[in-house]
Ligand binder design. Sequence first.
Ligand code: ATP
Ligand code: MG
Length: 397
Amino acid sequence: MKEIILAKYGEIALKGDNRRTFEDILVKNIKRRLAHLGKFSCGRRQSTIYIEPNSEDFDISTAVDEVKKIFGISAIQRCAVFQKDFGAVVENLGYLDGALSNAKTFKVEAKRSDKAFPMKSPDIQQSLGDAVLDKFPHLKVDVHEPEVTVRLEIRDNGAYLSAMRITGQGGLPVGSSGKALLMLSGGIDSPVAGYMMAKRGLIVDCIHYVSPPYTSDRARLKVEKLCEELTEYCGDIRFFCVPFTEIQEKLRDNCPEEFFTVIMRRMMIKIANKICRKEGYGAVITGESLAQVASQTLAAIECTNAAAEFPVFRPVIGMDKTEITEISRRIGTFETSIMPYEDCCTVFTPKHPRTKPRLSDIIAAENNADFDKMVIEAVEKTTVKRFKFGERTVFFD
Ligand code: ATP
Ligand code: MG
Protein backbone atom coordinates (compact mmCIF):
# COMPACT_ATOMS: atom_id res chain seq x y z
CA MET A 1 0.00 0.00 0.00
CA LYS A 2 1.34 3.37 -0.95
CA GLU A 3 1.42 6.16 1.59
CA ILE A 4 1.77 9.85 0.90
CA ILE A 5 1.56 13.16 2.72
CA LEU A 6 -0.97 15.76 1.69
CA ALA A 7 0.11 19.23 2.75
CA LYS A 8 -2.72 21.71 2.49
CA TYR A 9 -2.14 25.39 2.31
CA GLY A 10 -4.15 28.03 4.03
CA GLU A 11 -3.44 31.65 3.27
CA ILE A 12 -1.70 30.96 -0.04
CA ALA A 13 -4.99 29.65 -1.37
CA LEU A 14 -6.41 33.16 -0.96
CA LYS A 15 -3.75 34.73 -3.16
CA GLY A 16 -4.70 35.95 -6.58
CA ASP A 17 -2.51 36.24 -9.65
CA ASN A 18 0.73 35.76 -7.74
CA ARG A 19 -0.34 32.56 -6.05
CA ARG A 20 2.02 30.51 -8.21
CA THR A 21 5.00 32.41 -6.90
CA PHE A 22 4.05 31.50 -3.33
CA GLU A 23 3.48 27.88 -4.32
CA ASP A 24 6.85 27.70 -6.06
CA ILE A 25 8.61 28.94 -2.95
CA LEU A 26 6.70 26.55 -0.72
CA VAL A 27 7.54 23.56 -2.93
CA LYS A 28 11.17 24.60 -3.00
CA ASN A 29 11.22 24.86 0.81
CA ILE A 30 9.64 21.43 1.17
CA LYS A 31 12.13 19.88 -1.25
CA ARG A 32 15.10 21.34 0.59
CA ARG A 33 13.70 20.40 3.95
CA LEU A 34 13.05 16.74 3.13
CA ALA A 35 15.99 16.14 0.81
CA HIS A 36 17.92 14.20 3.46
CA LEU A 37 15.12 11.65 3.83
CA GLY A 38 15.47 10.05 0.39
CA LYS A 39 13.78 10.34 -2.99
CA PHE A 40 10.31 11.81 -3.24
CA SER A 41 8.24 13.90 -5.56
CA CYS A 42 6.33 17.02 -4.74
CA GLY A 43 3.34 17.81 -6.96
CA ARG A 44 0.52 20.27 -6.48
CA ARG A 45 -3.15 20.05 -7.25
CA GLN A 46 -6.27 21.53 -5.73
CA SER A 47 -4.59 23.74 -3.07
CA THR A 48 -2.64 20.75 -1.86
CA ILE A 49 0.93 19.61 -2.15
CA TYR A 50 1.38 15.88 -2.65
CA ILE A 51 4.55 14.59 -1.06
CA GLU A 52 5.04 11.19 -2.57
CA PRO A 53 7.91 8.88 -1.52
CA ASN A 54 9.82 7.38 -4.45
CA SER A 55 12.12 5.16 -2.46
CA GLU A 56 11.58 2.37 0.05
CA ASP A 57 13.65 3.97 2.76
CA PHE A 58 11.86 7.33 2.75
CA ASP A 59 10.83 7.78 6.38
CA ILE A 60 7.32 9.15 6.22
CA SER A 61 6.95 9.68 9.99
CA THR A 62 10.00 11.90 10.11
CA ALA A 63 8.78 13.68 7.00
CA VAL A 64 5.49 14.49 8.75
CA ASP A 65 7.40 15.92 11.73
CA GLU A 66 9.43 18.12 9.42
CA VAL A 67 6.49 19.31 7.35
CA LYS A 68 4.88 20.41 10.62
CA LYS A 69 7.55 23.09 10.89
CA ILE A 70 7.27 24.50 7.38
CA PHE A 71 5.47 27.83 7.16
CA GLY A 72 2.74 28.06 4.55
CA ILE A 73 1.09 24.74 5.35
CA SER A 74 -2.11 24.77 7.35
CA ALA A 75 -2.85 21.05 7.65
CA ILE A 76 -1.01 17.81 7.09
CA GLN A 77 -2.58 14.48 6.33
CA ARG A 78 -0.81 11.17 6.16
CA CYS A 79 -2.82 8.95 3.82
CA ALA A 80 -2.94 5.65 1.99
CA VAL A 81 -3.60 6.05 -1.74
CA PHE A 82 -5.96 3.85 -3.74
CA GLN A 83 -7.51 3.73 -7.16
CA LYS A 84 -10.86 5.45 -7.12
CA ASP A 85 -12.62 2.22 -6.21
CA PHE A 86 -14.62 2.09 -3.02
CA GLY A 87 -14.19 -1.71 -2.75
CA ALA A 88 -10.41 -1.36 -2.74
CA VAL A 89 -10.60 1.11 0.12
CA VAL A 90 -12.81 -1.19 2.19
CA GLU A 91 -10.51 -4.15 1.57
CA ASN A 92 -7.61 -2.17 2.97
CA LEU A 93 -9.15 -0.78 6.13
CA GLY A 94 -6.40 -2.63 7.99
CA TYR A 95 -4.40 0.51 7.25
CA LEU A 96 -6.34 2.17 10.08
CA ASP A 97 -5.33 -0.47 12.67
CA GLY A 98 -2.79 1.72 14.38
CA ALA A 99 -5.21 4.61 14.76
CA LEU A 100 -8.38 2.69 15.58
CA SER A 101 -7.50 -0.43 17.56
CA ASN A 102 -7.15 1.48 20.83
CA ALA A 103 -9.76 4.16 20.14
CA LYS A 104 -13.33 4.05 21.43
CA THR A 105 -15.10 6.46 19.12
CA PHE A 106 -14.75 7.65 15.55
CA LYS A 107 -16.52 9.43 12.76
CA VAL A 108 -16.08 9.46 9.01
CA GLU A 109 -15.67 12.52 6.86
CA ALA A 110 -15.88 12.10 3.12
CA LYS A 111 -15.08 14.63 0.46
CA ARG A 112 -15.55 14.17 -3.22
CA SER A 113 -13.77 16.76 -5.27
CA ASP A 114 -13.94 14.51 -8.34
CA LYS A 115 -17.61 14.94 -9.17
CA ALA A 116 -17.44 12.08 -11.70
CA PHE A 117 -17.11 9.58 -8.86
CA PRO A 118 -20.43 7.70 -8.68
CA MET A 119 -21.03 7.87 -4.91
CA LYS A 120 -21.91 11.19 -3.31
CA SER A 121 -20.19 12.35 -0.13
CA PRO A 122 -23.03 11.39 2.28
CA ASP A 123 -23.19 7.90 0.69
CA ILE A 124 -19.45 7.46 1.00
CA GLN A 125 -19.65 8.58 4.61
CA GLN A 126 -22.43 6.13 5.44
CA SER A 127 -20.91 3.14 3.64
CA LEU A 128 -17.43 3.73 4.96
CA GLY A 129 -18.78 4.17 8.50
CA ASP A 130 -20.51 0.79 8.22
CA ALA A 131 -17.38 -0.85 6.85
CA VAL A 132 -15.25 0.56 9.69
CA LEU A 133 -17.75 -0.75 12.27
CA ASP A 134 -17.62 -4.21 10.64
CA LYS A 135 -13.85 -4.24 10.77
CA PHE A 136 -13.51 -2.66 14.23
CA PRO A 137 -16.61 -3.76 16.14
CA HIS A 138 -15.40 -2.29 19.43
CA LEU A 139 -15.85 1.24 18.07
CA LYS A 140 -18.79 3.56 18.45
CA VAL A 141 -19.70 6.46 16.21
CA ASP A 142 -19.50 9.91 17.80
CA VAL A 143 -20.07 12.69 15.34
CA HIS A 144 -19.50 15.47 17.88
CA GLU A 145 -16.31 14.55 19.71
CA PRO A 146 -14.77 11.51 18.05
CA GLU A 147 -11.37 10.32 19.20
CA VAL A 148 -10.44 9.58 15.60
CA THR A 149 -11.76 11.08 12.39
CA VAL A 150 -11.39 8.79 9.39
CA ARG A 151 -11.19 10.80 6.20
CA LEU A 152 -11.70 9.64 2.66
CA GLU A 153 -11.11 12.11 -0.10
CA ILE A 154 -11.91 11.30 -3.69
CA ARG A 155 -9.64 13.56 -5.65
CA ASP A 156 -8.93 13.78 -9.37
CA ASN A 157 -6.08 11.34 -9.22
CA GLY A 158 -7.00 8.83 -6.53
CA ALA A 159 -8.77 8.02 -3.28
CA TYR A 160 -6.99 9.08 -0.11
CA LEU A 161 -7.72 7.35 3.18
CA SER A 162 -6.44 8.86 6.38
CA ALA A 163 -6.83 8.81 10.14
CA MET A 164 -4.20 11.40 10.78
CA ARG A 165 -4.64 15.08 10.23
CA ILE A 166 -2.54 17.56 12.08
CA THR A 167 -2.48 21.30 12.14
CA GLY A 168 0.48 22.87 10.35
CA GLN A 169 2.24 26.12 11.20
CA GLY A 170 0.11 28.22 8.86
CA GLY A 171 1.63 31.50 7.70
CA LEU A 172 3.45 32.06 4.42
CA PRO A 173 6.50 30.29 3.01
CA VAL A 174 9.83 31.65 4.16
CA GLY A 175 11.26 33.72 1.33
CA SER A 176 7.94 34.97 -0.03
CA SER A 177 8.05 38.32 1.83
CA GLY A 178 11.68 39.42 1.47
CA LYS A 179 14.36 39.37 4.15
CA ALA A 180 14.86 41.04 7.51
CA LEU A 181 17.45 41.30 10.23
CA LEU A 182 16.49 40.00 13.68
CA MET A 183 18.18 41.59 16.67
CA LEU A 184 18.78 38.39 18.57
CA SER A 185 19.71 38.59 22.22
CA GLY A 186 20.00 35.63 24.55
CA GLY A 187 16.56 36.28 26.05
CA ILE A 188 13.18 34.67 25.62
CA ASP A 189 11.54 37.33 23.46
CA SER A 190 13.71 37.87 20.42
CA PRO A 191 13.80 34.23 19.19
CA VAL A 192 10.00 34.25 19.39
CA ALA A 193 9.93 37.51 17.42
CA GLY A 194 12.11 35.91 14.72
CA TYR A 195 9.87 32.86 14.55
CA MET A 196 6.78 35.05 14.19
CA MET A 197 8.17 37.10 11.32
CA ALA A 198 9.51 34.04 9.48
CA LYS A 199 5.94 32.83 9.70
CA ARG A 200 4.90 35.86 7.67
CA GLY A 201 7.24 34.76 4.92
CA LEU A 202 10.40 36.66 5.78
CA ILE A 203 13.87 35.24 5.48
CA VAL A 204 15.27 35.98 8.92
CA ASP A 205 18.98 36.52 9.53
CA CYS A 206 20.32 37.51 12.93
CA ILE A 207 22.46 40.25 14.39
CA HIS A 208 23.94 40.03 17.86
CA TYR A 209 26.00 42.57 19.80
CA VAL A 210 28.76 41.37 22.11
CA SER A 211 30.86 43.24 24.64
CA PRO A 212 33.89 41.17 25.58
CA PRO A 213 35.35 40.97 28.17
CA TYR A 214 32.17 42.13 29.93
CA THR A 215 30.24 39.43 28.12
CA SER A 216 31.72 35.95 27.81
CA ASP A 217 32.25 33.64 24.89
CA ARG A 218 29.63 31.40 26.38
CA ALA A 219 27.04 34.16 26.21
CA ARG A 220 27.70 34.42 22.47
CA LEU A 221 27.59 30.64 22.09
CA LYS A 222 24.21 30.63 23.75
CA VAL A 223 22.91 33.03 21.12
CA GLU A 224 24.46 30.93 18.35
CA LYS A 225 22.65 27.95 19.79
CA LEU A 226 19.38 29.89 19.63
CA CYS A 227 20.18 30.66 16.01
CA GLU A 228 20.63 26.98 15.30
CA GLU A 229 17.34 26.21 16.99
CA LEU A 230 15.57 28.84 14.91
CA THR A 231 16.78 27.17 11.69
CA GLU A 232 14.14 24.51 12.40
CA TYR A 233 11.56 27.06 11.32
CA CYS A 234 13.51 29.74 9.45
CA GLY A 235 15.82 27.57 7.33
CA ASP A 236 19.45 28.66 6.96
CA ILE A 237 20.39 31.73 8.98
CA ARG A 238 23.26 34.17 8.64
CA PHE A 239 24.56 35.40 11.95
CA PHE A 240 26.20 38.83 12.24
CA CYS A 241 28.21 39.29 15.41
CA VAL A 242 29.00 42.93 16.23
CA PRO A 243 31.76 44.01 18.63
CA PHE A 244 30.04 46.50 20.91
CA THR A 245 32.50 46.99 23.77
CA GLU A 246 33.99 50.27 22.65
CA ILE A 247 30.62 51.89 22.11
CA GLN A 248 29.45 50.79 25.53
CA GLU A 249 32.59 52.05 27.24
CA LYS A 250 32.34 55.35 25.45
CA LEU A 251 28.74 55.57 26.49
CA ARG A 252 29.56 54.79 30.10
CA ASP A 253 32.28 57.44 30.21
CA ASN A 254 30.47 60.23 28.36
CA CYS A 255 26.72 60.05 28.84
CA PRO A 256 24.37 60.35 31.82
CA GLU A 257 23.69 56.95 33.35
CA GLU A 258 19.92 57.28 33.15
CA PHE A 259 20.18 57.34 29.33
CA PHE A 260 22.53 54.36 28.92
CA THR A 261 19.94 51.86 27.80
CA VAL A 262 18.16 54.05 25.30
CA ILE A 263 21.38 55.30 23.71
CA MET A 264 22.70 51.75 23.55
CA ARG A 265 19.54 50.67 21.75
CA ARG A 266 19.88 53.54 19.31
CA MET A 267 23.46 52.51 18.56
CA MET A 268 22.32 48.95 17.99
CA ILE A 269 19.70 50.22 15.55
CA LYS A 270 22.22 52.47 13.79
CA ILE A 271 24.53 49.52 13.25
CA ALA A 272 21.59 47.42 12.03
CA ASN A 273 20.66 50.22 9.59
CA LYS A 274 24.06 50.02 7.97
CA ILE A 275 24.02 46.25 7.72
CA CYS A 276 20.52 46.34 6.25
CA ARG A 277 21.66 48.78 3.62
CA LYS A 278 24.80 46.81 2.81
CA GLU A 279 23.19 43.38 2.72
CA GLY A 280 19.76 44.23 1.35
CA TYR A 281 17.52 43.64 4.37
CA GLY A 282 14.19 45.44 4.25
CA ALA A 283 13.39 45.59 7.96
CA VAL A 284 14.70 45.07 11.48
CA ILE A 285 12.95 42.75 13.93
CA THR A 286 13.15 43.06 17.72
CA GLY A 287 11.67 41.24 20.70
CA GLU A 288 10.38 44.38 22.38
CA SER A 289 7.16 44.16 24.33
CA LEU A 290 5.50 47.40 25.38
CA ALA A 291 6.37 48.50 28.93
CA GLN A 292 8.04 45.18 29.79
CA VAL A 293 11.13 47.05 31.00
CA ALA A 294 12.27 50.69 31.17
CA SER A 295 13.75 50.59 27.68
CA GLN A 296 10.44 49.50 26.23
CA THR A 297 8.14 52.26 27.43
CA LEU A 298 6.39 54.23 24.73
CA ALA A 299 8.77 57.16 25.17
CA ALA A 300 11.86 54.91 25.06
CA ILE A 301 10.64 53.12 21.95
CA GLU A 302 9.97 56.49 20.33
CA CYS A 303 13.61 57.45 20.94
CA THR A 304 14.90 54.12 19.62
CA ASN A 305 12.68 54.29 16.59
CA ALA A 306 13.93 57.76 15.73
CA ALA A 307 17.32 56.17 14.97
CA ALA A 308 15.82 53.62 12.57
CA GLU A 309 16.04 53.97 8.81
CA PHE A 310 14.10 50.80 8.05
CA PRO A 311 10.77 49.56 9.34
CA VAL A 312 11.16 47.97 12.77
CA PHE A 313 8.92 44.96 13.30
CA ARG A 314 8.06 44.14 16.91
CA PRO A 315 5.72 41.16 16.66
CA VAL A 316 5.56 40.57 20.44
CA ILE A 317 4.86 44.22 21.28
CA GLY A 318 1.33 43.46 22.49
CA MET A 319 2.01 40.15 24.17
CA ASP A 320 2.42 39.28 27.85
CA LYS A 321 5.57 37.55 28.99
CA THR A 322 3.54 34.40 29.68
CA GLU A 323 2.25 34.34 26.12
CA ILE A 324 5.72 34.86 24.69
CA THR A 325 7.10 32.15 26.98
CA GLU A 326 4.44 29.72 25.81
CA ILE A 327 5.52 30.14 22.19
CA SER A 328 9.16 29.90 23.18
CA ARG A 329 8.51 26.52 24.81
CA ARG A 330 6.54 25.31 21.83
CA ILE A 331 9.23 26.20 19.30
CA GLY A 332 12.01 24.79 21.47
CA THR A 333 14.07 27.88 22.29
CA PHE A 334 13.00 28.33 25.92
CA GLU A 335 15.54 26.04 27.59
CA THR A 336 18.40 27.78 25.82
CA SER A 337 16.98 31.25 26.50
CA ILE A 338 16.95 30.68 30.25
CA MET A 339 20.60 29.62 30.42
CA PRO A 340 22.21 32.08 32.80
CA TYR A 341 24.66 34.05 30.68
CA GLU A 342 25.00 37.80 30.79
CA ASP A 343 23.92 39.98 27.87
CA CYS A 344 25.59 43.23 26.85
CA CYS A 345 22.44 45.07 27.94
CA THR A 346 22.82 43.93 31.50
CA VAL A 347 26.47 44.90 31.80
CA PHE A 348 25.98 48.63 32.12
CA THR A 349 22.40 48.67 33.28
CA PRO A 350 21.64 51.94 35.03
CA LYS A 351 20.11 51.77 38.51
CA HIS A 352 17.44 54.29 37.61
CA PRO A 353 16.82 54.37 33.87
CA ARG A 354 14.63 57.24 32.66
CA THR A 355 11.28 55.76 31.68
CA LYS A 356 10.21 58.89 29.80
CA PRO A 357 13.34 60.02 28.00
CA ARG A 358 13.06 63.01 25.65
CA LEU A 359 14.60 62.57 22.23
CA SER A 360 16.23 66.01 22.33
CA ASP A 361 17.98 65.15 25.63
CA ILE A 362 19.14 61.85 24.23
CA ILE A 363 20.56 63.41 21.09
CA ALA A 364 22.30 66.09 23.16
CA ALA A 365 23.88 63.37 25.31
CA GLU A 366 25.01 61.47 22.22
CA ASN A 367 26.78 64.56 20.97
CA ASN A 368 29.25 64.19 23.86
CA ALA A 369 30.96 61.42 21.92
CA ASP A 370 31.68 60.65 18.28
CA PHE A 371 29.40 57.64 18.06
CA ASP A 372 28.93 57.84 14.28
CA LYS A 373 32.56 56.94 13.72
CA MET A 374 32.34 54.10 16.23
CA VAL A 375 29.22 52.76 14.55
CA ILE A 376 31.10 52.58 11.23
CA GLU A 377 34.04 50.83 12.90
CA ALA A 378 31.76 48.31 14.60
CA VAL A 379 30.17 47.46 11.24
CA GLU A 380 33.62 47.00 9.70
CA LYS A 381 34.62 44.59 12.47
CA THR A 382 31.41 42.58 12.31
CA THR A 383 31.90 38.88 11.64
CA VAL A 384 29.45 36.65 9.76
CA LYS A 385 28.65 32.97 10.19
CA ARG A 386 26.08 30.79 8.55
CA PHE A 387 23.94 28.27 10.38
CA LYS A 388 22.49 25.59 8.17
CA PHE A 389 19.14 24.01 8.76
CA GLY A 390 19.46 20.74 10.64
CA GLU A 391 23.10 21.12 11.63
CA ARG A 392 24.06 21.26 15.28
CA THR A 393 27.55 22.59 15.83
CA VAL A 394 27.31 24.66 19.02
CA PHE A 395 28.03 22.61 22.11
CA PHE A 396 28.16 23.33 25.80
CA ASP A 397 29.99 21.10 28.23
P1 ATP B 1 14.91 39.38 24.97
O1 ATP B 1 14.14 38.42 25.81
O2 ATP B 1 14.66 39.21 23.52
O3 ATP B 1 16.36 39.46 25.35
P2 ATP B 1 14.34 41.47 26.74
O4 ATP B 1 13.00 41.42 27.31
O5 ATP B 1 15.47 40.97 27.53
O6 ATP B 1 14.31 40.78 25.31
P3 ATP B 1 15.83 43.83 26.18
O7 ATP B 1 17.03 43.24 26.76
O8 ATP B 1 15.39 45.19 26.60
O9 ATP B 1 14.54 42.97 26.34
O10 ATP B 1 15.98 43.84 24.61
C1 ATP B 1 14.98 44.28 23.76
C2 ATP B 1 15.29 43.79 22.36
O11 ATP B 1 16.52 44.36 21.90
C3 ATP B 1 15.52 42.29 22.30
O12 ATP B 1 14.33 41.58 22.18
C4 ATP B 1 16.40 42.17 21.08
O13 ATP B 1 15.64 42.23 19.92
C5 ATP B 1 17.27 43.42 21.17
N1 ATP B 1 18.53 43.12 21.87
C6 ATP B 1 18.84 43.30 23.15
N2 ATP B 1 20.10 42.94 23.42
C7 ATP B 1 20.64 42.51 22.26
C8 ATP B 1 21.92 41.99 21.85
N3 ATP B 1 22.91 41.85 22.72
N4 ATP B 1 22.09 41.66 20.58
C9 ATP B 1 21.08 41.79 19.69
N5 ATP B 1 19.88 42.27 20.00
C10 ATP B 1 19.64 42.63 21.27
MG1 MG C 1 17.40 40.63 26.74
